[in-house]
Write a protein that binds this ligand. Structure first.
Ligand SMILES: Cc1cc2nc3c(=O)[nH]c(=O)nc-3n(C[C@H](O)[C@H](O)[C@H](O)COP(=O)(O)OP(=O)(O)OC[C@H]3O[C@@H](n4cnc5c(N)ncnc54)[C@H](O)[C@@H]3O)c2cc1C
Length: 1014
């Protein structure tokens, strides 16, 4: 069904590409009231992330993060997945597009296929698996990977014996569901949508064309994506690090950076943005898997520009012994006898070295798919010179066609959090475009009535997950099942390969029905990522979602006891038994609902705050924008041009006018928040001018400030200036004179304890100003003293431009910083030149300091006011570094801009749009449900000693009109501090009651479990 609103806008959105960017956009849109059609070229959604092992800098398992999201997308009533499909034509205009989608033949009827895999088992044809990067086999009828969504097998016509030779049909004979259809010719469907989001991601550079590096020639040279599969516990080597040539464990492993990137002669000129960090991650994990490995990363510049990235690199060096060698490998040769690799490189001083390694990993870059030009044509969008979607700094997710947006790596190479951010940003943009068409094409989930199990004898179902071999390699799963299956109240116990896969969800639902189960325990991974998935599954089967418990036998067992199978199995049995003991005492909990005030509040009137406020206002919500200074604008007031040459002041003026004239925005300047009370959907804020208002969501965009240097004669000598001051001078018409020398020093106040982080903007700032000087007067000289030039992504072009214009770059080490002397109207700067291997002495007229960024001084106060945490550098800490980069753990509160971490203008705008998109999802609901896991207050036990009031971080206990303690359950987060501290035991947390915890402890202190003989 597709309807149009009065102004001819449709409430549906097309998403092209089902990677993490597309999935985030799909979920935000579908949760925020829009029908979503997701077109995905592969047979499953997931994108690159499904192939990765763990992710930097947190070490979270990539598949574990993405699998619940895939299931969520797959089962969402308002998301239709068109897998094995491509868009062939687009017509129409913003708000009303007609799209033709071609479904390629799958030869398996998705409506009949149960995903059992019998067909695959019987298929005689094996071919190298694309998913395993050719390191393992797949069949001609196959599923990309066990957790694929949709969970329907597909036949590869290029390799199916029947489709090629007309005989075999083993799969058809094996299929009990009659799902094989060799006559499938594919189909074409027409969709009507209001907006289009493009997120096809990027391809990987084919390093085989660089014959000198030996990929595809020497067996022990792998690409980085192959190495991800090597590391993966469910990969071809089951997580064991082995050489493909002889299965031997390697000792010396080399990573070679920038293969296919930053190379305008042989490959791609841009920086792929993620390779420095993923190589660091791979080196760390390799070392964790095998302590004997000696990792070396050969690199040109270490681009650890993201939040906490520098700390990660320092950890790699100091805790894991990763060696970072500045050099580009010119060739790899193989010793035919041993399979060892001889890497040739030149040290910075020119010395040639041949070093022997057991294995080498090429950090291959990212590049647009070969069909990117045709892809852009189908949608009528303009590509940039490299065939990425063309966007601008001020509209980073808007393509050249209105109503068509872009997210993820197709916009420019980026990592997962940036992709997720842009996913929410495009959702916000589409919501702004289609504001009044919200909820016009969505359907509401009809859940079965909840079964009344109160007072019934517990009938517990237990599902023990292998998690591929993540758990099964260390824990004997059968023993766990055997040990729990006859426990009192356990009615059903079984094992499952991946408990989180779509077919497992169906199996759990069926078994609940077949066995009248009324409590469920899944022994698998962490509740943090997976509990909501299982809760939803049992709710769909008619059980109250709180009749569920998750026994973590992966993070708390298999992962930390690798190689100790017997003890790990005993511990897993205990953990499962403890969960069962608790499950016996689980009771259905009521989920309260609260009304939502459809108004947003944005704190901070810089670019982030104004962008977020405008986006919310365009979505149709009233917004209060609070700025403590007299004027809107924040740090951008001091910026004149972007690296790309856009006029910041012009943009700022337009933004301020838009904000001030928007009928939905109320601007409060020269005031601060005095206090905010309430909870998601229902906040009340009072300002320092006494005014107050109600609102449903909060966006914190309190920004940052520049570091004021105390070094290098700043504020002592007027020719020592910051990049900001230089930019102002240049913008106000100052023309550098021939022979004037500007020496810029990078990383002033960054990347050094106690500020061990990269301020991200300074390299580009320096290059921008250097280019401006050279363009004004090529005879002026600019020398940039740097530690690493971090012009990541497409910014690399400007690094090259600066070099082409004659800007000189000299590297320094942190322990050998430039020495500056001030002398008669000039500075004498001494710096060691590692290329020339001698000290350089430079005379300069201006010394320009590239100063770091700091969180705004108000961040501390604001963090206390909203009970949100900050990282050790003082920036706000998001709910999940990878998957929830603009959310706080407290519901209804979001973050954007510099308050979160240093970032550039385009990234700030993306994050602000993302925060507005996320806040828009909250505000679009008339009512929200509140978690049932909250503390319950027993009045009869309470002595009103006020201890709970003092310790509660969420202000939920309060003194009522009778002068006694009462408890606002809506504000409660169920953290349990009150329950732990209350001397009278007046607080008990649902599902974590004392009797439940004690039952678990009793179970834990029981004698050692006996593992049954097999
Ligand atoms: C080796 C390696 C390691 C990495 N490690 C990390 C890490 O540790 N941490 C981190 O943050 N980032 C890491 N990254 C980067 C991360 O993988 C990406 O940032 C992220 O996955 C990009 O998501 P996406 O949705 O933009 O694209 P993708 O994941 O590429 O998804 C796009 C999807 O669209 C599909 N598609 C393409 N064309 C079409 C079309 N015409 N029609 C329909 N569908 C189409 C593709 O098949 C694909 O499935 C790594 C990347 C690599 C290569």
């Amino acid at each position: 069904m597709s309807t149009k609103t009065d102004n001819n806008k449709r409430g549906s959105v097309l998403i092209v590409g089902g990677g993490i960017g597309g999935m985030q956009a799909a979920l935000d849109l579908a949760d925020g009231g829009y029908k979503v059609h997701m077109v995905q070229r592969d047979s499953s959604i997931g994108g690159i992330m499904v192939m990765l092992d763990k992710t930097f800098p947190t070490g979270d398992c990539s598949m574990c993060m993405i699998s619940p999201k895939m299931v969520e997308v797959g089962r969402h009533l308002n998301i239709d997945i068109h897998s094995l499909s491509e868009v062939v034509s687009v017509q129409g205009k913003p708000g009303d597009f007609t799209v033709k989608v071609k479904h390629f033949p799958r030869y398996v009827d998705p409506n009949k296929c149960t995903g059992c895999g019998d067909c695959e088992a019987k298929c005689p044809k094996k071919v190298p698996s694309e998913f395993e990067q050719q390191l393992g086999p797949r069949k001609a009828i196959y599923s990309m990977f066990p957790q694929a969504v949709p969970n329907t097998r597909v036949i590869d016509p290029a390799n199916c014996i029947y489709l090629i030779k007309g005989k075999c049909k083993n799969c058809e004979k094996a299929c009990k569901a009659n799902a094989i259809n060799f006559e499938d010719k594919g189909s074409e469907v027409e969709l009507k949508v209001g907006a289009i989001i493009l997120c096809p991601g990027l391809d990987r550079y084919d390093a085989k064309v660089r014959g000198e590096l030996g990929l595809g020639r020497w067996k022990n040279v792998l690409s980085s994506i192959q190495f991800e599969r090597v590391l993966s516990a469910s990969g071809p080597f089951k997580g064991e690090i082995k050489r493909p040539s002889d299965g031997r464990h390697p000792t010396k492993v080399a990573w070679i950076q920038c293969v296919g990137s930053r190379d305008s002669h042989n490959a791609n000129p841009w920086c792929s943005s993620v390779c420095c960090m993923y190589a660091t991650k791979q080196a760390i994990i390799a070392k964790e898997h095998d302590a004997h490995i000696e990792p070396t990363i050969f690199f040109m510049e270490m681009r650890a520009y993201g939040k906490d990235f520098d700390k990660y690199v320092e950890r790699a060096k100091n805790d894991y012994g990763v060696r970072y060698q500045r050099a580009m490998i010119s060739a790899i040769r193989e010793d035919a006898e041993t399979g060892n690799l001889i890497l040739r490189y030149a040290l910075e001083d020119g010395t040639l070295v041949d070093e022997i390694f057991d294995m080498a990993v090429l950090s291959i870059g990212l590049e647009p798919y070969k069909d990117a030009p045709e892809f852009a044509k189908i949608f009528g969008i303009e590509p940039n010179q490299y065939n990425f979607a063309k966007t601008t700094t001020f509209n980073p997710v808007q393509t050249s066609q209105k109503g068509i947006y872009v997210t993820g790596t197709y916009q420019a190479p980026k990592d997962i959090p940036e992709t997720v951010m842009q996913g929410s940003a495009v959702a916000g943009e589409a919501m702004s475009l289609l504001g009044d068409a919200r909820w016009t094409e969505t359907v509401t989930r009809q859940l079965p009535p909840e079964l009344d199990v109160l007072g019934q004898e517990p009938r517990i179902g237990v599902f023990v997950c292998h998690c591929g071999i993540n758990i099964a390699a260390t824990v004997d799963i059968d023993s766990v099942v055997q040990a729990v299956k006859d426990l009192p109240n356990v009615v059903y116990a079984t094992n499952t390969l991946y408990a989180c896969s779509q077919d497992s969800q169906e199996m759990i639902k069926q078994l609940i029905k077949d066995n009248n189960l009324n409590r469920i325990v899944v022994a698998s991974c962490t509740p943090r990522t997976h509990e909501p998935l299982f809760q939803e599954t049992i709710r769909e089967a008619g059980l109250n979602k709180y009749l569920f418990d998750l026994a973590d036998i992966r993070e708390q067992c298999s992962w930390c006891h690798m190689g100790n199978r017997e003890q790990a199995t005993k511990k897993a049995i205990k953990i499962a038994k403890m969960a069962i003991a608790k499950a016996r005492l689980l009771e259905p909990l009521k989920t309260e609902t609260v009304n939502v005030t459809p108004v947003g509040m944005v704190l901070g009137g810089g670019i982030a705050g104004m962008t977020a406020a405008l986006s919310l206002a365009d979505q149709g919500f009233k917004v209060h924008l609070i700025e403590r200074e007299a004027e809107l604008g924040g740090l951008a007031k001091n910026l004149y041009k972007t690296l790309e040459g856009d006029d910041v002041q012009d943009f700022l003026k337009t933004k301020i006018n838009q904000v001030k004239s928007h009928p939905n925005v109320t601007v409060h300047t020269g005031v601060e928040v005095k206090k905010t009370d309430g909870f998601v959907g229902n906040f009340v804020t009072t300002l320092t001018d006494g005014s107050s208002f109600e609102h449903g969501a909060i966006i914190l965009a309190t920004g940052g400030v520049e570091y004021t240097p105390t070094e290098y004669f700043y504020q002592e000598n007027e020719n020592v200036i910051t990049q900001r001051e230089l930019e102002k001078m240049l913008a106000s018409g100052e023309t550098p004179k021939a022979g004037d020398t500007y020496v810029m020093i990078q990383c002033v106040g960054s990347r050094e304890e106690p500020f061990q982080y990269c301020s991200r903007v300074c390299c580009q700032d320096a290059i921008k100003n250097a280019i401006a000087i050279k363009e004004k007067n090529p005879k002026a000289q600019v020398i940039i003293l740097y530690r690493d030039i971090r012009t990541y992504g497409l910014r690399e072009d400007f690094y090259k431009k600066a070099r082409d214009l004659g800007v000189l770059f000299i590297r320094y080490e942190v322990d050998k910083k430039p020495a500056v002397e001030a002398a008669d109207n000039k500075f004498v700067i001494k710096v060691w030149d590692y290329l020339l291997n001698k000290e350089m002495v430079i005379d300069a007229k201006y010394l320009v300091l590239s100063t770091g960024l700091r969180p705004h001084p108000t961040t501390e106060k604001v963090s206390g006011m909203y009970k949100v945490t900050r990282n050790q550098d003082g920036y706000f800490l998001e709910a999940h570094v990878k998957l929830r980069p603009v959310d706080f753990p407290s519901e209804g509160i979001f973050v954007a801009g510099l308050a979160h971490a240093p970032k550039n203008l385009d990234e700030t705008i993306s994050q602000a749009l993302a925060a507005a998109g996320r806040a828009g999802v909250v505000l679009s609901h008339k009512q929200l449900s509140v978690s049932g896991i909250i503390a319950k207050h027993r009045r009869e036990n309470c002595m009103s000693c006020l201890t709970c009031m003092r310790v509660c971080p969420f202000d939920s206990p309060f003194i009522d009109e009778n002068g006694r303690i009462s408890h606002n359950e809506i504000k409660c987060h169920g953290c349990g501090i009150c329950a732990a501290i209350c001397p009278a035991k007046a607080f008990q947390v649902n599902n974590f009651r004392d009797d439940q915890i004690l039952a678990m402890i009793d179970q834990a202190t029981e004698c050692e479990p006996v593992i049954a003989e097999k």
